[in-house]
Design a protein around this ligand. Structure first.
Ligand SMILES: *Cc1c(COP(=O)(O)O)cnc(C)c1O
Length: 376
């Protein structure tokens, strides 16, 4: 938590729960990433946190944007981005959305299938397109599975076809899965696409861009290697495969720019036990899976939790949200321990919640309003 957030929380009596986000921390994260990867163009993955103050600060810093819908594109433009700064990176787009993006001046699009390529040729004529390659997601706490990406053989065929359809097949992309903790996953993915890249050049395709996706991890309960390790692994792999003929390089970071800039303040609603001799206390918070903590599904993302009683004796807990849904449990398997002194009414802090929280909040499930947000 940053001093600015601490001061804000100390000074205000805020309705609970709420997210408090330090935009200066976002700026520091962006500058650090640009320092670590100076040859790489940064396209912020808007879905990680699409709030206007986030987009505006990034736009001021010269970031570009990876958008997944026309609505995200519109928000980027409203925040000061130029159409040329925006990549429409979702491989699943409605025809109407492609048309709207094209009319707004967006000229860079992702695809991973023949069907989507046809839609792009018809509704975004002459646009630059890049093919997303299916790569392994091992080592990712929040994998993107087989939902996206073409196998190498199909990708090769589609890149050739894109040219025939009047599009500009400019590049290749991959995503190694979110909260990817292994540098080796980037190395392996780069090796895979590098072979196809060379092959396409030999086949006469003017392929010149490699989009390395997102996935860069942040430290939640468990700490992860620093961003510099990922940067070094990426540049070493790029140099090993491309030598001095480095293609234009892009990344689409989301989580690593915004996660540690945000803290959710939540109130303890109830601390209870299932039976007299069960050592595990159930701690119910006023935020849960439906209040925005969707990434606790399968306990994939394990947030650090701070309480007013930290330093005192602790004991095992299960942690759940306030709704009447049995799926609204945050942690039951992960061995969380919280202070014995914790009682209803205490304010606890969920740290690292600046990414993938606010927009995952349900509209009004059980009557609970969407998460309040404060940007400092
Ligand atoms: C979600 C997403 C990202 C951002 O991933 P992070 O793990 O948050 O860095 C980047 N690119 C695409 C295509 C995505 O869907």
């Amino acid at each position: 938590m940053t001093p600015k957030i601490a001061r804000f929380l100390a000074g205000e009596s805020l309705p609970s729960p709420c997210l408090v986000f330090d935009v200066d921390r976002l700026e520091a994260n962006f500058r650090n990433l640009r320092r670590a990867l100076p040859l790489v163009q940064i396209y912020y993955a808007v879905k990680a946190n699409p709030a206007a103050p986030v987009l505006e600060r990034l736009s001021t810093l010269g970031s570009r944007f990876d958008a997944a819908s026309f609505e995200e594109i519109r928000n980027c433009l409203a925040a000061g981005a130029k159409p040329a700064d925006i990549s429409y990176g979702n491989t699943i787009k409605k025809t109407a959305a492609i048309r709207a993006a094209y009319a707004a001046g967006v000229r860079l699009y992702a695809f991973d299938s023949a069907e989507e390529l046809k839609k792009l040729a018809e509704n975004a004529p002459g646009a630059q397109v890049y093919c997303r390659i299916l790569v392994a997601n091992e080592g990712a706490d929040w994998p993107l599975s087989r939902k996206f990406g073409a196998e190498i053989g199909l990708a090769r065929e589609l890149m050739l076809r894109a040219g025939d359809l009047g599009l500009d097949p400019c590049g290749l992309s991959f995503h190694v899965g979110s909260q990817q903790t292994r540098t080796a996953s980037y190395e392996a993915a780069i090796g895979r696409v590098a072979m196809l890249f060379t092959d396409l050049i030999e086949a006469g395709v003017n392929v010149r861009m490699l989009n390395l996706g997102g996935g860069f991890p942040v430290s939640y309960r468990e700490s992860v290697p620093p961003i510099d390790n990922f940067a070094t692994a990426i540049m070493d792999a790029m140099t090993a495969h491309f030598g001095n003929q480095l293609p234009e390089m892009l990344i689409e970071p989301g989580r690593c720019l915004v996660a540690d800039a945000g803290v959710v303040a939540s109130e303890v609603v109830l601390v209870s036990r299932r039976s007299y001799n069960d050592p595990v206390r159930w701690v119910y918070l006023d935020i849960g899976r439906f209040g925005g903590l969707a990434e606790t599904e399968n306990e994939a993302i394990r947030y650090r939790i701070a309480t007013p009683h930290d330093g005192g004796p602790i004991g095992p807990v299960a942690i759940a949200g306030p709704t009447c849904d049995g799926a609204d449990i945050l942690y039951q398997q992960t061995p969380y321990q919280l202070p014995i002194a914790l009682v209803a009414g205490d304010r606890i802090l969920l740290e690292g919640t600046g990414a993938y929280v606010t927009t995952y909040a349900s509209q009004c499930f059980n009557g609970f309003p969407p998460l309040a947000e404060h940007y400092l």
